[in-house]
Ligand binder design. Structure first.
Ligand code: PMP
Length: 404
């Protein structure tokens, strides 16, 4: 027939989740997908989100009409204030509501492919090694050539800052687009220090590089949404052209509602420039999905713009991030107690949802196949999958695969 379709290769993270689901073993442990779990190992609806859902159910003015093409304006303006700070003039930001962080990555890439001032549109985008696996597919889909810059030094379990800086300085072309994880780098959990960000920003200035910030974990890294936005705000202060892909999947637990925004901020932006950007993004959105989902954006908008709800949200983020930090300490502590060969300090030095524990692929495979612990083959674990009932078991199994 005219259509011949071979089976697609499975997505590694979703395939792992399916294996976990099908595993009947009582000690099975899910350290795969990046979704917060309570200490009981259950998905957690933030109480503040539940609160807003109840308010919405009783609000007679809410309908199921379409959103405008650019999405829920009150939502994305509040989102811009969250990432850039309250002082930002939102009229100078070209924003649009997106299908969560993934959609923001897609729309941001599409915009750069078509509208950069370097002639025909940007062709090359640089991502860290390693990066969120989906970056490659998203950027290649819109025709980018994806190149990698050094990020993780596996041998010393730290940031390869020299390699990173050298590549940005000497291997990129002026005007290239560089993807930066705004905080809580996925998958390594290792971010540059403030001093290192300052040096990175300096190169962006010199070479007029475009900063493509992916912000999927604001609040998750430190428990403080302002602290986690530091790098983005520093780049803005330095007058570097940038965009931010903003996701509310993790920090509001709205994963499946697909709630996010794209914010483009140029150093010489005016309200007219911002409006033009939003209009092009809206035009593109129309041809792809018409309009984005209303529900999650209404929840996020309500939380971000109501002081008491915002305060409650802030305390719930702190609760999630502090549980994760506790689990990092517990895992490191147990491994050190067992005297598992190797160093484990990186587990508590890394931040955010993930830890790159630094085991070879064969050991990760053994953890999954023999011990029913589901983690990525590159040894990324979702720390949120650890809890007081399973952390000891996980440490003991890591000890076994390292020593036996
Ligand atoms: N970027 C990064 C770095 C991520 O880790 C994720 C979530 N895994 C996303 C973007 C997008 O997630 P979502 O589309 O659910 O917002």
């Amino acid at each position: 027939s005219t259509l011949q379709v071979a089976k697609a290769k499975p997505d590694p993270i979703f395939a792992l989740a399916a294996r976990y689901q099908a595993d009947p073993h009582p000690k099975k442990t899910d350290l795969g997908i990046g979704a917060y779990r309570s200490n009981e190992g259950k998905p957690w609806v933030l109480p503040v989100v539940h609160e807003v859902e109840k308010l919405m159910a009783n609000d007679p003015t809410l309908t199921h009409e379409y959103s405008p093409l650019a999405g829920n304006k009150d939502f994305y303006e509040a989102g811009a204030r969250l990432i850039f700070g309250n002082d930002i003039d939102v009229k100078k930001v070209g924003s649009i509501q997106t299908l969560s962080g993934t959609g923001a990555n897609h729309m941001g890439a599409l915009l750069l492919r078509h509208y950069t001032p370097f002639g025909k549109g940007a062709k090359t985008i640089w991502v860290p090694t390693p990066t969120w696996g989906n970056h490659y597919q998203i950027f290649q889909t819109v025709g980018f050539e994806v190149k990698a810059y050094p990020y993780w030094d596996g041998e010393n379990k730290k940031l390869d800052f020299e390699g990173l800086l050298d590549t940005l300085k000497n291997k990129t072309a002026d005007g290239d687009t560089i993807v930066l994880h705004a905080c809580a780098h996925n998958p390594t959990g290792m971010d540059p220090t403030k001093e290192q960000w300052e040096q990175i920003a300096e190169v962006f200035k010199q070479k007029e590089l475009f900063a493509f910030f992916d912000s999927a974990y604001q609040g998750f890294a430190s428990g403080d949404v302002d602290r986690d936005a530091w790098a983005v705000r520093y780049f803005v202060e330095k007058g570097i052209d940038l965009l931010v892909c903003q996701s509310f999947s993790k920090n509001m637990g709205l994963y499946g509602e697909r709630c996010g925004a794209l914010h483009v901020l140029l150093h010489d932006s005016t309200p007219e420039v911002a409006e033009n950007i939003t209009s092009q993004l809206a035009y593109q959105t129309r041809g792809e999905v018409s309009t984005t989902p209303a529900f999650g954006s209404r929840i996020a908008q309500k939380i971000l713009t109501t002081p008491e709800l915002y305060k409650q949200w802030d305390s719930e983020i702190k609760l999630m991030s502090s549980r994760i930090i506790e689990m990092r300490k517990a895992l490191r502590g147990k491994l050190e107690e067992l005297k598992t060969p190797g160093t484990w300090n990186h587990i508590t030095e890394q931040i955010g949802m993930f830890s790159f524990i630094g085991l070879p692929e064969a050991s990760c495979k053994r953890l999954t196949d023999e011990f029913h612990i589901y983690l990525l083959p590159n040894s990324r674990i979702s720390v949120a999958g650890l809890n007081t009932s399973n952390v000891e078991y996980v440490a003991e199994c890591i000890h076994k695969v390292v020593t036996e």
